[in-house]
Design a protein around this ligand. Structure first.
Ligand code: NAD
Length: 267
C-alpha cells in the first residue's frame, strides 16, 4: 500500500522538487499540497507546478482539504511550520519538517508535539549529509581533542537563516562528541583584532551567493596536516528524495520525536 503524502509550501523551491520526488517514488501517493492564500498558484495543478505535466491534484489554501493524507511534508517557514504542527497534532497526522532555523525553544515545542504525533525534524534530509554527521563523530573522537575545528557552509543568495541548520548540527555533533558546550565554544565569524585562537573554539564561516544549492565542510587542522570532510549538494532533488524516505519511514512509526539518523538507522 502506498503512503498518502501532502506537501506544505508546494510552490517553493523545495516544494516543487518534493512534488516531483513524490510522483516518482514507488511507495508514495501524492494527494495534495498547499500554498498561501495570496499565492498566484492557488488551484494550480501540482504536476504543472513542478514542471512534470498535470497530475490531476490542485493546490489548496486550506489544510482541511488535505485530510486524506497520512504524512505531511513541510518545507515552509518557521512561523508556518509552528502553525502546521498544531493542526497536525489536532488531526493526528504525521509530519516531516524540513524547515530550518528554529531556536532551541521552538525545537522544544516540536519535541513536545512528538508526545502526541510522529514528527521528524530534519534540517537536512540528504542521505550523504546524515552519513557525514556519523563521520564527524568518528573523526572528532579520534583527533578532535588536538586539532583546530572549523565549519564552512555556502548557500544560494535567497537563504534566510545563517549559519545553516546543517552547519549548526555539524558543530553540535562535534561538540557533543568532545564534551564541549556549543553555546560556549561556537564563534560565528571573526573581525578585527581577535587574538590567538582558543583551542576549544569551533568556528563557523558562511557564504551566501548565486544559486549554490548547499556545501558544507568540517576542517580538522593540526600543524602539518589537515583533514576536510565535505558534502556538496548539486540538486535539491537530493533533499526531496531524502524527505520521501523520511515520510515513508514515519508512516510506520509510533508517536515520537525523530531525526534523519533514526530514518537511516545510524543511531
Ligand atoms: P521557498 O521560500 O522557496 O519556499 C517556501 C514556500 O513556503 C514558499 O512557496 C511560501 O509561499 C510557502 N509558505 C510559507 N508560508 C506558507 C503558508 N502559511 N501556507 C502555505 N505556504 C506557505 O524556500 P525553500 O528554499 O523551498 O526552503 C524552505 C525551507 O526549507 C527553508 O527553511 C529552508 O532552509 C529549508 N530547506 C531545508 C532542506 C532540508 O534538507 N531539510 C533543504 C533545503 C531547504
Amino acid at each position: 500500500m502506498k503512503v498518502k503524502v501532502a506537501i506544505l509550501g508546494c510552490s517553493g523551491r523545495m516544494g516543487r522538487n518534493l512534488i516531483q520526488a513524490a510522483v516518482e517514488h514507488q511507495s508514495i501517493e501524492l494527494v495534495g499540497g498547499n500554498v498561501r492564500e495570496s499565492s498566484s498558484f492557488v488551484n494550480f495543478d501540482l504536476g504543472e507546478l513542478a514542471g512534470i505535466g498535470a497530475i490531476g491534484h490542485k493546490t489548496s489554501t486550506d489544510l482541511n482539504d488535505l485530510l486524506n493524507a497520512d504524512v505531511f511534508i513541510d518545507f515552509t517557514s518557521i512561523e508556518t511550520t509552528l502553525e502546521n504542527i498544531k493542526w497536525c497534532q489536532q488531526h493526528k497526522k504525521a509530519l516531516v519538517i524540513g524547515t530550518t532555523g528554529f531556536s532551541d525553544e521552538q525545537v522544544s515545542i516540536i519535541e513536545k508535539a512528538g508526545e502526541n504525533m510522529p514528527v521528524i525534524l530534519a534540517p537536512n534530509t540528504s542521505v550523504g549529509v546524515n552519513l557525514m554527521f556519523k563521520l564527524l563523530e568518528v573523526t572528532a573522537k579520534a583527533i578532535g581533542d588536538y586539532t583546530d575545528i572549523e565549519i564552512f557552509e555556502a548557500h544560494h543568495r535567497f537563504k534566510k537563516d545563517a549559519p545553516s541548520g546543517t552547519a549548526v548540527k555539524m558543530g553540535q555533533v562535534i561538540a557533543d562528541t568532545l564534551g564541549r558546550d556549543l553555546n560556549k565554544v561556537a564563534v560565528y565569524g571573526r573581525e578585527g583584532i581577535t587574538g590567538e585562537r582558543d583551542k576549544e573554539t569551533i568556528g563557523f564561516a558562511t557564504v551566501r551567493a548565486g544559486d549554490i544549492v548547499g556545501e558544507h565542510t568540517a576542517f580538522f587542522v593540526d600543524i602539518g596536516e589537515r583533514l576536510e570532510i565535505t558534502h556538496r549538494a548539486s540538486s535539491r532533488m537530493t533533499f526531496a528524495l531524502g524527505a520521501m524516505r523520511a515520510a515513508f519511514w514515519l508512516s510506520e512509526a509510533e508517536n515520537g520525536f525523530y531525526d534523519m539518523q533514526d530514518v537511516l538507522g545510524l543511531k
